[in-house]
Design a protein around this ligand. Structure first.
Ligand code: NAD
Length: 309
């Protein structure tokens, strides 16, 4: 099976590794040709590390790299592809233009998936003759280390398109979360927004410092969340399971959220949060810290792939 990866920046290059290590043929294309070379260079450097940690599904770095081939044109990239993963700029106008091209050039049964973070599929596929084969397949950065992918269909996306994408993603070792209908932010960013909003509110109202919010997640909630979700967490936190937990703590939770303050997401408190972060990680060290994050994720995934779910 051939996969076409369109746009080879941060996310496109990651997807290429995901599909290639699953034994699929990957064709890559970027509107800016040096970006495809840069992607191959990045992939070539990253694969040996992933192999060492057991994150290449038993394949060699050489075999995975050989499965990723730059295409001479968009049409060549799409020829014979069963699935297209689009990773262009996060702008509605760009996605609209690009999807019109993809729909015109790709075979009628090719699935067209966008990695968009925050744009609904309906915003850039409505006018397309092949809109039924379009959907969002939103990964988490970087998808070669974080398996979740959110599948968000437009109202006109066919059930077969969703089913085929789900099967492909599972075959590639990803874990799809399928939305029944579109909503801004899909699932992950709605959950993330709720947590960030509460953290900002606690800082804005002077209850806690930013570092205490981060510590609460990284040394508290986050430890459990790396292997179970919030519903399973509360199910295991009361002897009688989830219903018992809600009987005991539900009224308190309901009350605290009723009195929660909505943060402004702007102004002085954002400046304060930013300044706080730059004090912890100066601008010059920002890129190195991103590398550090990816290495921590690699170590965590190396552990997780050896554990039963
Ligand atoms: N960065 C993240 O954390 C993240 C996470 C999940 C999803 N996404 C989504 O993935 C998509 C790509 O984001 P990114 O972070 O990889 O951006 P990026 O800027 O790193 O890469 C975008 C690439 O698209 C190329 N490009 C521009 N116009 C194009 C066109 N018409 N056809 C083909 N390629 C084109 C650019 O040359 C560039 O290489 C966005 O929609 C973004 O919202 C990003």
């Amino acid at each position: 099976m051939k996969i076409a990866v369109i746009g080879t920046g941060l996310i496109g290059r990651s997807w290429s590794m995901v599909f290639a290590r699953a034994g699929l043929d990957v064709s890559i294309w970027d509107a800016h040709p040096p970006a495809a070379d840069a992607a191959l260079d990045f992939i070539g450097h990253r694969l040996p590390e992933l192999a060492e940690l057991g994150l290449l599904h038993g394949r060699t770095p050489e075999a995975v790299l050989a499965a990723i081939k730059p295409a001479a044109s968009l049409a060549d990239c799409l020829a014979g592809a069963a699935h297209v993963q689009e990773n262009g700029p996060e702008r509605v106008a760009d996605k609209t233009t690009l999807f019109a091209e993809l729909d015109r050039l790709a075979a009628p049964d090719t699935v067209l998936a966008s990695s968009t973070t925050a744009i609904r599929a309906s915003a850039f596929t409505e006018a397309l003759p092949g809109r039924g084969r379009c959907l969002v397949a939103h990964p988490v950065n970087p998808p070669y280390l974080i398996p979740l992918v959110e599948l968000s269909p437009a109202p006109w996306t066919t059930p077969d398109t969703v089913a085929r994408t789900k099967t492909l993603m599972e075959q590639a070792g990803m874990v799809p979360a399928v939305l029944k209908r579109e909503i801004d932010g899909f699932i992950l960013n709605r959950l993330q927004a709720a947590l960030i909003a509460e953290g900002m509110s606690l800082v804005e109202t002077g209850i806690a410092d930013p570092s205490d919010i981060d510590n609460t997640v990284k040394h508290g909630l986050g430890l459990r969340w790396s292997f179970m979700g919030p519903f399973e967490t509360i199910d295991l936190n009361a002897p009688g399971g989830l219903r018992d937990y809600v009987d005991r703590y539900g009224p308190g939770f309901s009350d605290m959220m009723a009195h929660s303050t909505v943060p402004s997401w702007s102004g002085a408190s954002i400046e304060r949060l930013h300044a706080d972060r730059r004090e912890a990680v100066p601008e010059a060290e920002h890129k190195a810290r991103q590398e550090w994050r990816d290495r921590r994720l690699m170590a965590l995934m190396a552990h997780k792939v050896t554990q039963p779910d």
